[in-house]
Every structure is written in C-alpha cells, then in structure tokens.
Design a protein around this ligand. Structure first.
Ligand code: PMP
Length: 298
C-alpha cells in the first residue's frame, strides 16, 4: 500500500505508516490549534505540552529515575562526541574510551581535542574485548562506550561493569530496542533517526530470522561478528566465495522493493538495519530472497 518499500537503511530509517499518517494530518492543524508544530511558538503552552508528553513517554518507557534529566538536543549524536568531554572533563583530565567499532573510535578521536583520552580497550570490529583485559584508568572522569556499533553490527548484551565510574553510552542505533537499567549510567545519548517511534514487532525474533538465513546457507553468506555480540539492530553479511555477487544481490533486492542493503562504505558487503519500525514481513521477505539468491548462485 502507498507504494512503500522495505527500507533497510541504517538511518534515517523506516517509520510506521500510522505515524506518518498522523504526522501528515497534524501538520495542517495540530489539535485545533490551526497550525503545525513547525509554526507554533516554542515558548507557548501547545509546544510545551508536546515536549512534556514526549519526555513523560520516554521516562515511562525506559523507567528513567527522577534524578535523571532528559534533554532533547540538536546536532545529532556526533555533537555529543564533543559536548560530553567539554562538559565533563577539563584539559588535563583523563577519560576512558572502549573502542569496539567505527563510532566509538570517532567518539574517542573527538574527545582527544579536549582532554587526555585513554583507549582502555580496542576490539577487532567483530567481538568485544573481555572485560578483564580493559585497562581503565584510576582517575578517569568517565568511561565511554558504544552499546551498538551500527557499521560493524557489534552489540553489548548489558551494561559493562566499570566499578563505580561514571558510565556513558552511545545508544544511537539500539535506543528503545530493549529495557535498559538507566541507573547504571551517568549519561545515555542517542540520535533519534533510527529507532525512536512506536515499537513494531518483537526485535529478537526479527534478527533471528536473518542470522538463521545466514547460518542455513551452507557458507554462501557469512556473518563476520562473534555470535555472542551480534547486533539485533544491524545485521552485516557478506558472500565470501564471490564478493562480486554482492552488487548483484543489492541490485536485485532493490528491484523487489528491499532497499538500502549496501554495507557501510568503510566495510563493504551487505547490511540490513532492522530497527523497531521494520515490519516482520520485511525481514521474512529478505530471508526468502537470500535463500533464492543463494540457490541461484551456489
Ligand atoms: N553513533 C552511532 C552508534 C551511530 O550509529 C551514529 C549514526 N549512524 C552516530 C553516532 C552519529 O549520529 P548523528 O548522525 O546523529 O550525528
């Protein structure tokens, strides 16, 4: 319906049709105000009620404790790469970074402009270094890590124990995809363009469909990531026997309405991003296509 595609983009990502239709209607006349959210005063009571409701919903969804603030910011997650060290550390202070993929690496590089960065652990982009190998500094102002590496598809399965240090997580690509014990964190931040919106189908069953399709392909497809830390949001895979086929896979899938399956340019291969709003039907159609494509080219 509506000529919609299955959009597997890593972000900006798919939104539910019901949400788009509601937004479409609200854009002409928000609840009898005679105007849209883009036209009303940001100090008026209408806008205040919108932002208050958004905050209350978020607090309820994540059980955010009362002693935590919720900030709706501009500038995307990248701005927080500098805002966090600028606000929490001075020039001579040490901060710890755990690098498990491209985004945490970027965050660490940005922080280096403002304070002393200790990279306490560096992964191989496929797995997460064992906690007892981390070299945390005694005096770090905070420990920063990325809960889900969007490009590599490497995801933490719980908050790491940093022994009472202030823990900061970039949850841009798995925000609101699972319950999180907010009290374990000093700061959680996330860009909004991927997951935020009413949840669609259950995430775990979605991701399992794709990893099963990869596992059941007799080696035609390969998932590079350690099974213990495979992301439920971003599923990268390759065709190891013939990487030239990957282009054709992406092109043929697009013809069948499954778009944005190309892996990030820095790693190549394919990547299916299956955020909250991706319908299960889309994931099942992709798994069926993968099976057919493998049968044709094996
Ligand atoms: N962190 C992660 C984990 C991301 O996936 C992204 C966006 N792909 C960013 C940070 C950067 O976010 P933004 O584009 O909102 O600056």
């Amino acid at each position: 319906p509506h000529g919609r595609v299955f959009n597997f983009s890593a972000g900006p990502a798919v939104l539910p049709v019901e949400v788009l239709e509601q937004a479409q209607a609200d854009l002409l006349n928000w609840r009898g105000s005679g105007m849209s959210v883009m036209e009303m005063s940001h100090r008026g009571k209408e806008f205040q009620s919108i932002i208050d409701a958004a905050e209350a919903d978020l607090r309820a969804l994540l059980s955010i404790p009362d002693n935590y603030h919720v900030l709706f910011m501009q500038g995307g997650a990248s701005t927080q790469f500098s805002a966090i060290p600028l606000n929490l550390a001075g020039e001579g202070d040490t901060v710890d970074y755990i690098v498990t993929g491209s985004w945490s690496k970027k965050a660490a590089s940005e922080a280096k402009k403002y304070c002393k960065v200790n990279v306490a652990a560096t992964g191989d982009n496929k797995s997460i270094p064992a906690r007892d190998s981390w070299n945390l500094s005694a005096d770090a102002k905070y420990v920063h890590y990325c809960d889900n590496e969007t490009i590599q598809g490497v995801e933490f399965k719980g908050a790491p124990d940093v022994g009472g240090k202030v823990l900061i997580a970039d949850m841009s690509s798995n925000f609101l995809s699972k319950p999180v014990d907010v009290s374990k964190y000093g700061i959680i931040y996330a860009g909004a363009q991927k997951n935020i919106g009413p949840a669609g189908v259950t995430i775990v069953i979605k991701a399992k469909v794709l990893y099963d399709a990869i596992a059941g392909s007799n080696g035609f497809y390969n998932s590079p990531v350690d099974p213990a830390v495979r992301s439920l949001m971003n599923v990268p895979f390759t065709i190891p026997s013939n990487p030239d086929l990957e282009k054709e896979f992406i092109a043929q899938a697009a013809k069948q309405g499954m778009i944005q399956l190309k892996g990030h340019r820095s790693v190549g291969g394919m990547r299916a991003s299956i955020y909250n709003s991706m319908p299960l039907d889309g994931v099942q159609q992709l798994a069926a296509f993968m099976q057919k494509f493998a049968a044709q080219h094996a």
